[in-house]
Design a protein. Sequence first.
Length: 284
Amino acid sequence: MSPAVLAVTAHAANAMALGEEMVPIPIAFEMVAVIVAAASGVLAARENKLDLIGAIGLAVLVSLGGGLTRDVILQEHNVYILQQPLALPVSIGTAAAVFAFPWMVEKPDRLISVLDIFAVGLFAVMGADKTMAYGYPPITCVMMGFITAVGGGMLRDICLARVPYIFRRSNLYAMAAIAGAITYMVLIESLGMWNIAAAFISVALTMFIRWWSIRFNIMSPTEFDPHKMPEPVKKVARPVVRPIQRAGRRISAKMSHEAEHARTRPRDGSDLKRGGSARNRRSQ
């Protein structure tokens, strides 16, 4: 058997082994995430008066751009957009349908917002899990999960020449994705939980954080001022912040006491001699 055939066979075997290690997300959930992300891309295209090609391009970027960015960074020769035969057709079909019939998604705005954060949580889990299957450390898995979740929206905003939404003040959109990826890694690595259960918990937590931030209007801060924090955040942070504040006050009081003691303690004989010799030299 030729070396080229052996290499292709080995690569296929590695891909199959990787597929067995990764969390088996139901294909219906994956397609829901792709459809919702593609629909949001088309809505952004209509707001900016783009044509059909522009709408399809934005839809593909939003729905599959995060995973593509992740796979380009990892360079493991396992690109989701190429290996999942339904991903690209579903994204393009959704874009064409929403562009022709925008009323399908403009009316049920609450449902779209719920499905949107569901897609973000699912993409975060899928990105973290795929990176973990390659043997990368947890911090890298969390970063790749975050990129998978919000990378498509970031590419959309770059193409539209505006500040990416994840960098602007909002209702904990990016933070919810990070929390979902971290939760998944903790449940898998530290608790050894079944990956399907960990995925559902992580997606649910992502959706809850997003809902909580919208319900109480919790916004990501542009500057830190603890006195201007919303009351729900203060209630959650108070048990953690108070011990830190008390420890800081004790350390500050101790340092102030030591500095005061150093200023008021009497000088020894050597200090007096050095002082007297210095005065004699000045008098001469």
